[in-house]
Design a protein around this ligand. Structure first.
Ligand code: ADP
Length: 241
């Protein structure tokens, strides 16, 4: 029975939300009936005004929150039904990149990436192979010894991306990844997301970067006041009025 149920979820859709409502205390819902499916291997932008529910959506996907109503399936797992002790393992499905990088600033580049492998108990021998590999993907192979404080913002975000990638998650989730970067570095980071996506990883990027969204012609989901107001393949930035 258990097996059948798992199989039923585990199809082409890596992320599924069905009529999801999230209410914090007595307020109006932060999410008010959100349904969406993201297929394995898709690249999706999520745009929307501040307060439209984007962070709430991210927290639900990471199982930092549980929905008040509705169902959320991530990589075949019903997140609301996960037992507490299974949450760390569940989170390995999702490599996360934040606006403010969130690096360990008292460690070097290598250690920042290796740390993500150590906490999931990857043997040292594999770490020594995997870390240089992901650092070369993000163009930082030569900087593995540098302290993160010696790096530019763009380089720090590449380290964060390498860290998100190193455990080979099926999903990369980025919350305003270019929010602290200049236009050149923003483009370079987005190109890396695109390359990673081309290798098969599902990429979900929350952003306010209108120029990038308009140029990249990916699927764009726009949110407003807790609902999805548009969802377009090869879309553009949706104005917030
Ligand atoms: P966004 O990320 O698009 O800015 P959020 O998901 O942060 O939107 O917020 C959606 C709504 O939920 C907003 O009205 C916000 O004030 C509210 N909200 C977010 N977090 C909390 C919280 N921890 N407690 C109460 N209300 C919250």
């Amino acid at each position: 029975m258990k097996k059948r149920k798992q199989k039923q979820y585990d199809d082409d859709n890596i992320i599924v939300l069905e009529d999801v409502v999230k209410v914090y205390s007595e307020n109006t819902p932060a999410l008010d009936g959100v349904s969406l499916t993201i297929k394995r291997g898709e690249f999706v932008f999520i745009v929307g005004d501040s307060g439209s529910g984007k962070s709430t959506l991210i927290k639900l996907l990471l199982r930092e929150l549980v929905p008040t109503e509705g169902r959320i399936i991530v990589n075949g797992q019903n997140v609301a039904k996960l037992r507490r002790r299974k949450i760390p393992k569940f989170r390995r499905n999702i490599g996360v990149v934040f606006q403010d990088f969130r690096l360990l600033n008292n460690r070097n580049v290598y250690e920042n990436v290796a740390f993500a492998q150590r906490i999931v108990q990857v043997p040292n021998k594999e770490i020594k192979r995997n870390v240089p590999h992901v650092l070369s993907i993000v163009g930082l192979a030569g900087k593995y010894k540098a302290r993160t404080t010696q790096l530019s913002g763009g380089e720090q975000q590449r380290v964060a991306l390498a860290r998100a990638l190193v455990n080979n998650p099926p999903i990369i989730l980025a919350d305003e990844p270019t929010g602290n970067l200049d236009p050149n570095n923003s483009w370079e980071i987005m190109k890396l997301f695109e390359e990673i996506n081309e290798q098969g990883t599902t990429v979900v990027v929350v952003t306010h970067n209108r120029e990038i969204v308009n140029a990249m012609r990916k699927r764009v989901i726009a949110m407003k006041k807790g609902v999805i107001v548009s969802d377009e393949e090869k879309g553009g930035y949706v104005d917030e009025d």
